[in-house]
Design a protein around this ligand. Structure first.
Ligand code: ADP
Ligand code: MG
Length: 295
C-alpha cells in the first residue's frame, strides 16, 4: 500500500465534500452490499412545514395551535419545528410550557396554561389510553395517503386535532439511489415515520415498498442494522439524527450528513459535508477505486 494513493483518495474526497475518518475506513467499502437510508433529513430535506390543521368538532383551531405550538417550541425535532413555526406565524407569541418532556420517536408532552397536552404519533396517545375520534382518524388517513405526516394533538384526556406536516424529497436523492444501485448496493429506507408516508417517499426515489422499514423507534434502528448483518449482509448506513447514531456506529460503514447532528457525525466513518446523498455513492466509488490503486 502506498500512503500516496490513500492521500490522493482522501484529497479527492475532500474536493467532493467527503471527509474520511481514517484510511482503515476504505477497506469496509469493498464489501458493503446494502445501504440503509434514514428518511427525514437524509433522503428528505428535514425542513418540515405545517400544511393543515384539522380540529375535532367544536374545537377552536387557534387553541390547537397555541397549545401544540407552545409545547413543540421546546423540542428540536423537525416535526416540532414545523408545528411551532406554523403556530407562531399565525398567532405571534406563544405561552411557555409549565412542564415539558420529549418522548423520543413518539412526540412531546407537557403542561401549557394548566392543560396536560400531548402532541405526537397515535401510538403516543394510545400509551395514554386515548384514541382518535372518527373524524380525526379520517383526517389522519387522508394526510398519510398523500404522503404527509399526521400528528395528533390531545389535551385533558381527549384527542382534539390532527396536524399535517411534510417535508420534500431532496432533488438529488433519486439520482443518488440510482448511483448506489449502479455500485451493486441494495437501498433500504428506514424511518420512525408512518408506513404510508415512508412508502410515498420510497416511490419518489425509486425504492421498492418491500425495502421500506417504517415505524421503527429510535432505539430500535440499531437492531435493524444488526438483523441485516445477521442475514449475511454487509451494511452501510446513512443518517443525520441523534436517533441514527447507534445504528451508524454499528454499521459496517457509517456515513453522516454534514448538515446533521454532531452525534451522527461522531458515530460515523465518513461525513458527507454538503448533505447531498449522491456523495454517499461517490464516496464508496472513490474509496473502492483508491483501494484498486493500492493493490
Ligand atoms: P425519523 O426516523 O424519520 O427521523 P423519528 O424517529 O424522529 O423520525 O420520529 C418518528 C415519528 O414520531 C415522526 O414522524 C413523528 O410522527 C413522531 N414524532 C417524533 N417527535 C415528535 C414531536 N416532537 N412532535 C410530534 N411528533 C413527533
Ligand atoms: Mg433523520
Amino acid at each position: 500500500a502506498t500512503p500516496t494513493a490513500l492521500l490522493v483518495g482522501t484529497g479527492r474526497g475532500a474536493q467532493l465534500g467527503i471527509l474520511i475518518k481514517g484510511p482503515e475506513v476504505l477497506e469496509s467499502t469493498r464489501r458493503v452490499d446494502t445501504v440503509v437510508l434514514d428518511k427525514t433529513g437524509t433522503v428528505t430535506t428535514g425542513r418540515m412545514t405545517l400544511l393543515a390543521v384539522h380540529p375535532a368538532d367544536g374545537v377552536d383551531e387557534a387553541e390547537v395551535l397555541r397549545l401544540a405550538g407552545a409545547l413543540e417550541h421546546a423540542s428540536e425535532h423537525p416535526v416540532a419545528r414545523a408545528v411551532a413555526e406554523g403556530a407562531a406565524a399565525r398567532l405571534g407569541a406563544l405561552p411557555v410550557p409549565e412542564d415539558f418532556a420529549n418522548v423520543p420517536g413518539l412526540g412531546v408532552r407537557g403542561i401549557v396554561d394548566g392543560h396536560a397536552v400531548l402532541v405526537g404519533r397515535e401510538r403516543l396517545l394510545a400509551d395514554w389510553a386515548m384514541e382518535l375520534p372518527e373524524d380525526l382518524a379520517r383526517a389522519r388517513a387522508g394526510a398519510e395517503a398523500s404522503g404527509r405526516t399526521a400528528v395528533a394533538v390531545a389535551w385533558d384526556g381527549d384527542v382534539r386535532a390532527v396536524l399535517e406536516v411534510a417535508d420534500a424529497v431532496k432533488e438529488t436523492s433519486a439520482e443518488a439511489i440510482t448511483r448506489l444501485r449502479a455500485l451493486g448496493l441494495t437501498p433500504i429506507l428506514l424511518t420512525g415515520d408512518n408506513r404510508a408516508v415512508a412508502e410515498s417517499v420510497a416511490r419518489e426515489v425509486g425504492i421498492a415498498a418491500e425495502d421500506v422499514i417504517a415505524e421503527v423507534l429510535p432505539q430500535d434502528k440499531v437492531d435493524v442494522v444488526e438483523r441485516l448483518q445477521g442475514e449475511g449482509r454487509s451494511v452501510a448506513m446513512v443518517g443525520d439524527g441523534v436517533n441514527d447514531a447507534a445504528a451508524l456506529a454499528r454499521a459496517d460503514l457509517g456515513l453522516a450528513m454534514g448538515t446533521g447532528t454532531d452525534a451522527a457525525i461522531e458515530a460515523s466513518d465518513l461525513t458527507l459535508v454538503r448533505g447531498d446523498l449522491r456523495a454517499a455513492a461517490d464516496a464508496i466509488r472513490l474509496a473502492r477505486r483508491t483501494l484498486g490503486t493500492i493493490r
